[in-house]
Write a protein that binds this ligand. Structure first.
Ligand SMILES: C[S@@+](CC[C@H](N)C(=O)[O-])C[C@H]1O[C@@H](n2cnc3c(N)ncnc32)[C@H](O)[C@@H]1O
Length: 324
């Protein structure tokens, strides 16, 4: 199951990891709500498996060409893509059909790119990789592996669906969470933690796991929601933040620097600090429910609907210490 991890550097506790993952996959295959993803994935065998030609064009991950499938097959494939929705991260193009997700993930990638270390031949981890949009972006640079972890069934299923057609052995994804990094020691050259830190109760523990999983002098790219506010203060929402129940805290950017410093990272460099806009997060045909404009205060876009400061997005790159 995890054989592709066997030849990576560092120490990986593969037996423990296999046990954890076995349980998760068992639960995944038994879950039927909101969609029986396992059953849907089983239906993929009606299509010829990948690899189909793929590329990233203007930030869109494009897999397959319209002529690769018959018209009927293509129609079925698009119908299936809809059943895996809503699509939060994108954009993708599948056999010529645009999957215009809620988030323009390509915009963040464009902001990050000039600051990233070379990814060629590197061992990369993407924590909270969602449906793998960034894994596919990373794969363009020919890493040794771009390994993604995310514990959410739906995103795992979306990745499996796309990867059936893309079939790129350089990307892999598992139903794991940030806590499972305890099984990895000095494995990765680069770790991405983007949009995840605030979904877990313990920011410093996460940074400790990240540091431990990185090789000495490896790089972390830490991207998070932030709020403008007094330096060194962190918001702990009483209940929801921008309607999200699973946001435990929102730091100022100075707090993020302190977290990194106090977790022994060095060479901390700000990559970007921008207000989140409706250009980046919005309702689309592939994610029809609600989006940023519904989560901001109707009379003041500087505030969330709950009256907290509205979200910014902030990213840093930092270097792991030479010793643990
Ligand atoms: C806001 S999205 C960010 C997705 C992507 N990394 C990005 O930057 O656009 C948060 C992601 O973190 C995942 N997530 C939530 N809890 C997690 C955990 N404990 N470990 C790893 N990922 C988690 C969610 O399933 C979701 O895909």
């Amino acid at each position: 199951m995890l054989s592709y991890l066997e030849n990576l550097p560092g120490k990986i506790n593969i037996p423990e990891l296999t046990n954890v993952l076995g349980e998760r996959l068992k639960a995944f295959s038994q879950r039927v709500v909101p969609a029986p993803y396992q059953k849907l994935l089983g239906e993929l065998s009606q299509f010829k498996p990948g690899p189909y030609s793929s590329r990233v064009l203007d930030g869109t991950v494009s897999i397959g060409h319209p002529n690769d499938l018959s018209q009927q097959e293509r129609q079925k494939c698009i119908e299936m893509a809809r059943k895996f929705g809503p699509w939060r991260k994108g954009p993708f193009e599948l056999f010529g059909q645009l999957i215009d997700a809620e988030w323009r993930s390509d915009l963040k990638w464009e902001r990050l790119r000039p600051f990233l270390p070379g990814l060629k031949d590197s061992v990369i981890l993407d924590i909270g990789c969602n449906n793998g949009h960034y894994l596919f972006q990373m794969a363009e640079q020919r890493p040794k592996i771009a390994f993604g972890i995310d514990p959410t069934d739906q995103y795992y299923a979306q990745y499996q669906f796309l990867q059936y057609f893309k079939a790129d052995p350089r990307t892999q994804m598992e139903l794991l969470g940030v806590d499972d990094l305890k099984f990895f020691e000095q494995v990765f050259d680069v770790v991405f933690s983007m949009g995840v830190i605030y979904h877990h109760r313990h920011p410093l523990l996460q940074l400790e796991y990240i540091r431990q999983s990185l090789k000495p002098n490896g790089k972390v790219i830490l991207e998070t929601m932030t709020i403008p506010g007094p330096a060194d203060y962190c918001l702990f929402p009483k209940d929801r933040y921008a309607q999200m129940r699973n946001v435990w805290f929102v730091p100022t950017k100075e707090v993020v620097i302190s977290w990194l410093e106090r977790s022994y990272f060095k060479d901390i460099q700000l990559i970007f600090d921008v207000k989140l806009t409706e250009q980046e997060q919005r309702v689309t045909d592939w994610s029809t429910f609600r989006s940023l404009s519904d989560y901001l205060h109707p009379d003041n876009s500087e505030l969330t609907i709950e009256g907290y400061p509205a979200p910014w997005r902030t990213a840093f790159i930092a270097t792991a210490p030479t010793t643990l």
